[in-house]
Design a protein around this ligand. Structure first.
Ligand SMILES: NC(=O)c1ccc[n+]([C@@H]2O[C@H](COP(=O)([O-])OP(=O)(O)OC[C@H]3O[C@@H](n4cnc5c(N)ncnc54)[C@H](O)[C@@H]3O)[C@@H](O)[C@H]2O)c1
Length: 311
């Protein structure tokens, strides 16, 4: 087939085959620490730069809305925080203490790029039920009892080749962090959410694919898909709160470089039809859509933010 020329304004990260700017590519960016840190990634993920090379421009889609975002210091959560700010929302940004530097960087970025945005931050380990409740209390306090948008984004994973080596501790920790936390937080915040509010959960394409090295993580993400559908069917008519999820494919974030092995990183994203990993901003635009009045007849649905085929 004839090769079509890619316009010169398209950033390298959006071109098929891109897997990192250095010859070490993604496999050369592996981090030892979990959660991963965005500030030490060699290739900073794109937060707000679109395929045409321009910065995302807000148009007041979330003006006057109060939004809670978990795991917002890096990756998809960070990019969503930035786009929500551009769209006029006030923010409660959750992070874990180990990621103070990433959160400080985000707050500085928001001050410089969206100075009128009201930004609150709160640290919590969401694998702990009491800390989920403390986060909900903080939301109640900073937003005077009204939350319009909840983005349940935080999550963890760790590749293990065989179920025989998957420890009970890891299985339980991943369930506590990825799905129990969503239950505790959502349950605590629903009473604060007025008619017309939106809950968006971050699932994954993995429950539809069945990632062989992420049996625990994939199981929690399947639970998030099921939770999303069932909760929407329970509350949307009575309370007017829509519940949806995004299901990202391979997206360049700290989670990936901190938790995946060399083999997975070498093929990360390039085996999709688009032929590259996704950028966090490509998920964040979908979260803005689900959080805003652009999607008022969309509920119990999953948006697959994926480049066209399994990894
Ligand atoms: N990057 C991908 O390819 C991909 C694909 C599918 C789904 N996702 C999902 O996207 C979400 C965001 O991840 P990301 O890829 O942007 O990476 P990330 O590392 O930037 O974000 C994960 C966030 O979860 C937080 N977190 C981890 N353990 C926690 C705990 N115990 N308590 C509180 N917070 C905790 C981290 O601090 C971090 O802020 C996750 O739910 C992940 O499963 C990512």
């Amino acid at each position: 087939m004839a090769q079509v020329t890619i316009p010169s304004n398209v950033p390298e990260q959006y071109k098929p085959g891109w897997q990192g700017s250095t010859d070490r590519k993604m496999a050369g960016q592996m981090q030892e620490n979990i959660p991963g840190h965005q500030h030490s990634m060699l290739d900073a993920p794109l937060d707000d730069v679109l395929l045409n090379g321009e910065k995302y421009k807000g148009s007041g889609k979330l003006k006057g809305k109060n939004a809670v975002i978990t795991g917002s210091d890096s990756g998809i959560g960070r990019s969503t925080a930035i786009l929500f700010a551009y769209e006029g929302a006030s923010l409660l940004l959750h992070y874990v203490k180990e990621e103070q530097k990433d959160m400080d960087n985000l707050v500085t970025y928001l001050k410089e790029n969206s100075p009128s945005t009201q930004v609150h931050t709160v640290a919590a380990d969401l694998s702990n039920k009491e800390e989920c409740h403390a986060l909900a209390e903080k939301a109640k306090e900073v937003f005077n009892g009204r939350v319009d948008i909840l983005f349940n984004n935080a999550g963890t994973q760790n590749e293990v080749e065989s179920i025989l080596d998957l420890s009970d501790e890891q299985w339980e920790y991943v369930f506590k962090t990825n799905i129990h936390a969503i239950f505790y937080l959502t349950k605590a915040l629903i009473p604060l959410m007025p008619w017309g509010s939106s809950i968006v959960n971050n699932a994954s394409i993995n429950p539809f694919v069945g990632h062989p090295k992420l049996v625990d993580y994939t199981s929690t993400k399947g639970a998030i898909v099921a939770f999303t559908r069932a909760l929407s069917n329970q509350i949307v008519k009575e309370r007017g709160i829509r519940v949806n999820a995004i299901c990202p494919g391979p997206i360049l974030t700290p989670l990936v470089v901190a938790t995946m092995g060399k083999e997975s990183l070498e093929s990360f994203g390039v085996t999709t039809s688009i032929g590259r990993p996704g950028q966090p901003v490509e998920c964040a635009t979908c979260v803005v859509f689900l959080a805003s009045n652009d999607s008022t007849y969309v509920t119990a649905q999953m948006i697959h933010v994926n480049g066209g085929s399994p990894y």
